[in-house]
Structures are given as C-alpha cells and as structure tokens.
Design a binder for this molecule. Structure first.
Ligand code: PEP
Length: 242
C-alpha cells in the first residue's frame, strides 16, 4: 500500500496562485513511492484539474451532508465527483470547532462521498487537555466510532492531534504510532480483513524533515499536511523523503 501525502491548503491560494504552484510542482515532480493529492479550496479545483502533473490527485476539504437542493452555499459530493475529485477531507478539527460539526454530520458526509465514488479522509484527534489527562486513545476511538457510523471500508483515516495542527508542535513518531495502531485495531473490529487496506495518516506540523520518521511507523500510511503544503518546494521535499 502506497503512502498517501494529502496536501491540505485550507483557505489559501487563489486560482491564479494555484496555477503557479502547479507549474512549479510540475517542473520537478517525479512520481515516487507516495501517492499525492491536493485538498484544494473548491474554486481552485478546476484550475488544478487542468494543471496538476500526472499522478497527483484532486481532493476537496469538505462536502455537504445533503445530496442536493436548497442548501445555499453548499457543495455536493456529486459536484466534486464530476470534477474528478478523488478524496475529500471530512471532520477536520477546524470544521468541528468553527462549524460545530458533530460525529454524525461527519459520518453523513463520508457516506455521501462514498456513494459518489469519492474517498473520504475522516479526521479525528484530541485537544491538549484530553492528552494531558491521558485520555487521548479512548477519546479518539470514540470520535472515530461516531464518525464512521454506517461508513464503508473505502475510507482513509487521519489522526490529527489538535494541539499539533499549525503549531509547529509535532507529535513524536511513537505518539503517532500509538494512535495509528489503536485506530487500526478499531478498523479491524469494524471492517475485518478489509482494514488492512485502509490508510491511516498522521497530521500535525509534518514537514520535509520529519515526514520520513513518522511514515516509517508500521501503522502510519502517510500524512495530512497543512502549512508545508503551500510551497511546492516543500511538497517536493516530502515526496522525495517518502
Ligand atoms: C492540517 O491542516 O490538517 C494540518 C495538519 O496542518 P499543519 O500541517 O499545518 O499542522
């Protein structure tokens, strides 16, 4: 199973900036051992579709929990699929925090993505106070169970401790493996043998100089990367490191 390097631009880059980033990436990109995909703002997806180098996939950062209809401002899974989107992030901690997304909403989004042939990347992870109490494993597994309720096995799970996102504070490779292994066991209980094909990513201040040691852990199958995804040079560095 190839590592997945999922690049989360968050609310950064206009379509013109996306075109420049893709051009810079294309100049030096060589398909290697990892699969790359860009989780782009909706409005940049068509630009990326036309400009990404072959072998780099398209992704989105969110999707509606509704199929279609009177939901002003929302983007449906069918719309994403029609643009050629392969992955969609659901349940990112910033959506859970700023848009009050519950586990049930995350599961509804993941199910609709799957129904449209788009693989959801379901994010889970604890805040600092939970970790300090030593409850991070139980908390994360409970969040995972709620977020995967009714969701099929064509899924990617991203463990993202909230205290490590955008803070420069990376969990150690052993911290990442502790949760990735616990998540793997939960996936085995839910999906049986199919769990072996499910990628578990780590996310939280990943960059070119720490990605290799984190992804070398047996249950970690790639990374969800925010800040370090914005410069094509850093992405090339991470791709080379994997
Ligand atoms: C993220 O956006 O999911 C993330 C992990 O961000 P960063 O790499 O900047 O910590």
């Amino acid at each position: 199973m190839k590592n997945l390097l999922a690049l989360n631009w968050k609310m950064n880059k206009t379509p013109s900036e996306a075109r420049s980033w893709a051009a810079e990436l294309t100049e030096r990109f060589e398909e290697g051992d990892a699969e790359l995909a860009v989780m782009a703002p909706f409005v940049t997806i068509p630009t990326l579709a036309a400009n990404l180098p072959a072998g780099v996939g398209l992704g989105a950062q969110d999707v509606s929990a509704h199929e279609s209809g009177a939901y002003t401002g929302e983007t449906s899974a069918a719309m994403l699929a029609d643009l050629g989107v392969r992955y969609v992030v659901v349940g990112h901690s910033e959506r859970r925090e700023y848009h009050a997304e519950s586990d049930a909403t995350v599961a509804a989004k993941a199910k609709l993505a799957q129904a449209n042939g788009v693989t959801p990347i379901v994010c889970v992870g604890e805040k600092l106070d939970v970790r300090e109490k030593g409850e991070h494993v139980a908390y994360t597994l409970e969040q995972l169970a709620g977020s995967l309720d009714g969701v099929g096995a064509d899924v990617v799970v991203a463990y993202e401790p909230v205290w490590a996102i955008g803070t420069g504070k990376t969990a150690t490779a052993d911290d990442a493996e502790e949760l990735a292994a616990a998540i793997r066991t939960a996936l085995e209980q839910r999906y049986g043998k199919r769990a072996a094909d499910i990628r578990v990513l780590y996310g939280g201040s990943v960059k070119p100089d720490n990605i290799a040691s984190i992804c070398a852990k047996p249950n970690v199958n790639g990374a969800l990367v925010g800040g370090a995804s914005l410069k094509a040079a850093d992405v090339l560095g991470m791709n080379d490191a994997l």
